[in-house]
Ligand binder design. Structure first.
Ligand SMILES: [Zn+2]
Length: 85
């Protein structure tokens, strides 16, 4: 799980075995890399407008793809420390 500064919400990334989609993880909690990309769609706000967050997490950085609906689309940012969120 990591805090997404674009969505201002946590995204859950599961690894290992079990139900649901699974991601590869490099085992590093400080500078995680997840594969493949993380695509999140969810309803947002009083109108329940669909938001899209599509990102690659590599070496502790989040690279947002241009199909994100939030303002960080197309940018690369550091994953915020959970404690600071
Ligand atoms: Zn997001």
């Amino acid at each position: 799980m990591f805090w997404c500064p674009g969505c201002d919400a946590p995204h859950v990334v599961r690894h290992g075995s079990g139900a649901g989609p699974r991601w590869g993880w490099n085992g590093d909690a400080e500078k995680p890399t997840f594969t493949p990309s993380i695509l999140v769609r969810f309803p947002w706000g009083p109108e329940q407008k669909e938001r899209v967050c599509h990102s690659f997490v590599t070496n502790g950085k989040i690279r947002f793809l241009s199909d994100c609906t939030h303002e960080l689309a197309g940018q690369t940012v550091d994953i915020p420390n959970w404690e600071e969120s």
